[in-house]
Design a protein around this ligand. Sequence first.
Ligand code: ADP
Ligand code: MG
Length: 256
Amino acid sequence: MSLSPSPETKLTAERIGMVFKRDGNSTNVLRDINLTVGRGEFLCVLGPSGCGKSTLLNTMAGFLSPTSGEIRIDGEAVRGPDPRRIFVFQERGVFPWLTVEGNIGFGLFKLSRAEREQRIAHYVQLVGLEGFQKAYPAELSGGMKQRLEVARALAVNPDMLFLDEPFGALDSITRLTMRRELLRIWEAEKNTIIFVTHDIDEAVQLADRVAVMSDRPATIQQIVEIDIAHPRDIGSARYLELRHGIFDQLGLAHKV
Ligand SMILES: Nc1ncnc2c1ncn2[C@@H]1O[C@H](COP(=O)(O)OP(=O)(O)O)[C@@H](O)[C@H]1O
Ligand SMILES: [Mg+2]
């Protein structure tokens, strides 16, 4: 795949600020965030817990209105969520009253029955939920529920995917498999992905560019271009160099 960023702009965030007011107290969460995401780009937003990553992602997806500034997608100001853009939440998600099949097939009402069944079977297999098609979310483990949510999001082949720490609850082996699958799907479908994580390795493994956020009130400290083709060798000198650079940027030592 090509490493050059797409020349076409998909999303811009201009001078985004967010202040939450509650009980007379105000929390200044985001300050002067400026960002441009190219069509088909895989952007990771990386930062410590509580810095405002979910808040930023929610403003980009249209679930929250920023206190100041504007988000534009395809040149149009974002006024609310849009079914062409799918959001995968950190902890939330699947419909408890629908089975695994029902959840994955939920957004596929426009397809014929045969196409829908085929699409469901594909994504059931992709996320390793074979044998659980008829199970309800209450019968699944936390990791399985999270895989189900990712499958449901991918099955509708959205134009943009907003992913908020989607693999956080998974064990490290499943997490690696899911990253690989997400990359495979992204390379095939060419959707624009904005992926929030607090995991430096996850960001360096996945992203075209990593937007590194500062502590609150958060701004984007630096954008790091990950100029390594997929599949990435996580032992390569370049990988380690980029990873160390981000550690430094976050003020962390390389040793524990
Ligand atoms: N609706 C809200 N009202 C008040 N404070 C909020 C709200 N949502 C988030 N915050 C605060 O904003 C900060 C950033 O939260 P969040 O965006 O969830 O961080 P992250 O996703 O990086 O962990 C936190 O201090 C959180 O308590
Ligand atoms: Mg969060």
